[in-house]
Design a protein around this ligand. Structure first.
Ligand code: PBG
Length: 331
């Protein structure tokens, strides 16, 4: 066999574990994880979500226990999503303004029991509206400015309940500035805003809508406010507006199909940048793993590493607890 005369043999740096560890450019750590959880009414219940194997909806008391475990693993923050009782949903999403709703109650309970974990609350009306849209409707139109006024009230309701980070996922125009002003006016100037800035009208949200009951309610689709999946410059404009209006952190959503957007946002703005590995991404990995078609644990870790490589500072992921346990070496 003839010996090749090569100057570069990139395989040298891959020849053994320690060398691979030494040259690795990106890593996943527990500090990268934000854990989204689903809430239901009642006590003592953990209810599986069929389209998200391994994910459960928690009653408030069970959520407190689950979040305490997440905190003990070092997960920095959680995000709360309510499955509102159908009887509490109406055309204006009034339940969003109830100080005892299924976000405010867990906020207070978790703050009291697990004070050191970050509490992120979602601002959007869809869990509370009878039509499943993130805003209020006038005929078929999702009305922007009247919705924003309600979102400000919703954000204040959450901040009063102890939310640390307000995360608007509604994609209305001008909501970041309005929410920032509302928070500041009421003395919540240290409450952060994580803006779902580049949120696409995506098919990958299906299992989430099962989890919070909006597949049953949603009329039509969200393409007049969520972004067109074909666009990338537009994502930069959206992120730019949110930063100008006062966002502390920005987000791209979904995650893995939109890693090009994560990279462009990070390179352009150098802001704390997050990606949401959404329900459909989680469901795909779990479905393939449960069929024996892929190694689920390896695919989970590789998918999260991909976010880091694309420039994300953190990832909202339903795998958070599993990943944290793996990284900590606990089962
Ligand atoms: C709605 C909202 C959605 C998600 C988070 N907030 C879905 C939607 O826009 O219908 C999706 C998260 C996921 O799929 O995991 N405000």
């Amino acid at each position: 066999m003839t010996k090749m005369n090569l100057i570069h043999r990139p395989r040298r740096n891959r020849k053994i574990e320690w060398a691979r560890n030494l040259v690795r450019e990106n890593e996943v750590s527990v500090n990268d994880l934000i854990w989204p959880i689903f809430l239901i009414e009642g006590t003592g219940i953990r209810q599986p979500v069929p389209s998200m194997p391994g994910v459960e909806r928690y009653t408030v008391d069970e959520a407190v226990k689950a979040v305490a475990e997440a905190a003990s693993l070092g997960i920095p923050a959680i995000a709360l999503f309510p499955n509102t009782d159908p009887s509490a949903r109406d055309s204006e999403g009034s339940e969003a303004q109830n100080p005892d709703n299924l976000v405010c109650r867990p906020c207070r309970a978790i703050k009291a029991a697990v004070p050191n974990i970050g509490l992120i609350t979602d601002v959007a009306l869809d869990p509370y509206t009878s039509h499943g849209h993130d805003g209020v409707m006038d005929g078929h139109e999702i009305v922007n400015d009247r919705t924003v006024a309600l979102l400000v009230q919703q954000a204040l309701n959450q901040a009063r309940a102890g939310a640390d980070v307000i995360a608007p996922s509604d994609m209305m125009d001008g909501r970041i500035g309005a929410i920032r002003a509302g928070l500041d006016e009421e003395g919540f100037e240290s409450v952060q805003i994580m803006a779902y800035s580049a949120k696409y009208a995506s098919a990958f949200y299906g299992p989430f809508r099962d989890a919070i009951g909006t597949n049953a309610t949603l009329i039509g689709d969200k393409r007049t406010y969520q972004m067109d999946p074909g666009n990338t410059d537009e994502a930069l404009r959206e992120v730019g507006h949110d930063i100008d209006e006062g966002a502390d952190m920005v987000m791209v959503k979904p995650g893995m199909p939109y890693l090009d957007i994560v990279r462009r946002v990070k390179d352009t703005f150098a802001m704390p940048t997050y990606a949401y590995q959404v329900s459909g991404e989680y469901a795909m990995i779990m479905a393939a793993a449960n069929n024996g078609w892929i190694d689920g644990e390896k695919a989970m870790m590789e998918s999260l590493l991909a976010f880091k490589r694309a420039g994300a500072n953190g990832v909202l992921t339903y795998f958070a607890v599993r990943v944290a346990k793996k990284l900590r070496g606990v089962s």
